[in-house]
Design a protein around this ligand. Structure first.
Ligand code: EPZ
Length: 429
């Protein structure tokens, strides 16, 4: 397993370009299953999860061409099977996004029920309940979810989500696009990735109104067609690099981002003392921090409030702030895996239920630590950048799922980080 070796204490300085959003590219790739025509997607991030999603589409029978690294041309004309197998789903839960499109276009789908993962059990009961509201029959057959549309086609309906679910909303958005009649999704997720998916679907001929709000209406159509679409920038990568500049006391120009997609993050970071200037539509300038950092509480909530995917990174920053910050995680039941590792580096954090109390400022010391999930890994990299001495992070395959060439991007802005691969060679990527 690869490791990262980080020599910390260097302020980051320079310019970094943000990649396409992993959590938009994943549903957009799944949406190509809804048509036999070619869909071209630009700004697809070159990260492990998208390689997995591409493999799933090819296993189902789609043709995927990559004319250049960040562009994918997908043609799902000859889909032979309607099943996402366990060996794929267990590596990436987002494979469940194949359910809605396969069920909508072919009237059947079989997807291995995803197990839990490090951050929680993460069931898909709300997805399945919504499909039943659209007329599907759902059964569980030796670990697989088997979904069928009795008359070969789903029927539009009022669907209600008891809890906000991002991929649940996306699955229903895709399924309802080809259903007979009108669907309304109540208590829909409002993430920018939902809007991006709806924009692609409408380019393909869908009739979706209200994406980005809690109520989305979809007029089902007979078929969907070709489209070309550019994936939005990754708002979580953007937030991660803002904190990278802040935690190292550096200054960074962040290009190809979309600041309005992380307004709550920017507001909170300004509150703690990070200087963040918007330069034009797609560039941020970050500087930190003439008056040091102040501890501020945060609670994770569905968009447009502070995202759970930034919780671990924010916690790393709070170890460098003066005072006490309460970090409350309300979305996932086990998203504090990074805490033990930060404590190994000298952080002062106490967990009580879904709240972590961070006392700062503590001087972090480099240490050998373990990554456990995607965003926890990012938090550990940030801590390593700020720590004195060497930090060796193991199991960095977690971070490769969602951050494109992070070693290269960090080295280009003054960090000292190397990837140590299995055969012990070092590369700066
Ligand atoms: C998406 O996961 C993201 N993944 C996650 O990002 C993100 O953390 C999460 O949304 C919340 O914003 C992708 O978009 C691929 P949910 P998702 O359904 O859709 C519960 C990352 O780091 N729930 O919004 O799986 C669930 O257990 C990843 O990039 C049910 O109970 O999250 C959780 O507590 C991590 N039943 C809450 O709802 C369901 O059927 C929110 O989950 C579905 C969800």
């Amino acid at each position: 397993m690869d490791k990262f070796l980080i020599r910390g204490g260097k302020p980051l300085k320079g310019t970094v370009k943000i990649s396409g959003a992993k959590n938009s590219a994943l549903p957009c790739l799944a949406a190509t299953l809804l048509t036999a025509e070619t869909v071209t997607l630009h700004n697809v991030p070159y990260v492990k999860d998208l390689i997995t999603q591409r493999r799933l589409l090819e296993d189902l029978g789609a043709t995927v061409l990559t004319p250049e690294l960040h562009t994918q041309k997908i043609r799902a004309a000859n889909i032979e099977i309607y099943e996402a197998p366990y060996e794929l789903v267990k590596t990436m839960r987002a494979s469940v996004l194949a359910l809605g499109p396969l069920l909508a276009r072919f009237g059947q789908a079989k997807v291995s029920l995803p197990g839990g993962c490090a951050i929680g059990t993460r069931p898909i009961d709300l997805h399945l309940k919504a499909f039943e509201q659209l007329g599907a029959t759902i059964s569980l057959e030796s670990g697989d979810v088997v979904a069928r549309a009795p008359k070969g086609r789903l029927t539009g309906a009022e669907t209600f989500f008891e809890k906000v679910s991002v991929t649940g909303t996306e699955n229903v958005l895709m399924a309802a696009s080809l259903a007979k009649g009108k669907t309304t999704i109540h208590n829909a997720a409002r993430e920018p990735e939902i809007e991006d998916l709806a924009e692609l679907l409408n380019k393909m001929g869908a009739k979706i109104v209200g994406a980005g709000t809690e109520t989305i209406t979809i007029e089902g159509v007979e078929s969907l067609g070709a489209a070309e679409h550019t994936i939005i920038p990754d708002r979580i990568e953007t937030g991660t690099f803002i904190i990278a500049a802040a935690i190292t006391g550096g200054e960074l120009e962040i290009q190809n981002c979309q600041p309005q997609h992380l307004a709550a993050v920017i507001e909170k970071l300004r509150e703690v003392g990070v200087e963040i200037e918007e330069r034009g539509q797609n560039t941020l300038f970050v500087k930190c921090c003439k008056n040091g950092l102040q501890s501020k509480d945060v609670t994770t909530e569905p968009h447009p409030r502070f995202p759970t995917d930034m919780q671990a990174q924010y916690m790393a920053l709070m170890t460098q702030a003066e005072g006490t910050a309460a970090v409350v995680e309300t979305i996932f039941e086990n998203r504090f895996m990074h805490v033990g590792e930060l404590i190994r580096m000298g952080a002062n954090i106490q967990i009580s239920g879904n709240t972590a109390i961070v006392k700062g400022k503590t001087n972090l010391m480099g240490a050998p630590i373990l990554a456990s999930d995607l965003r926890a890994s990012a938090s550990l990299v940030l801590a390593g950048l700020a720590a004195a001495g060497e930090t060796l992070i193991d199991r960095v395959y977690h971070i490769d799922r969602g951050y494109e060439t992070i070693v290269k991007k960090l080295n280009e802005i003054g960090a000292d980080i190397e990837r140590i691969t299995e055969n012990l060679t070092m590369s700066a990527e």
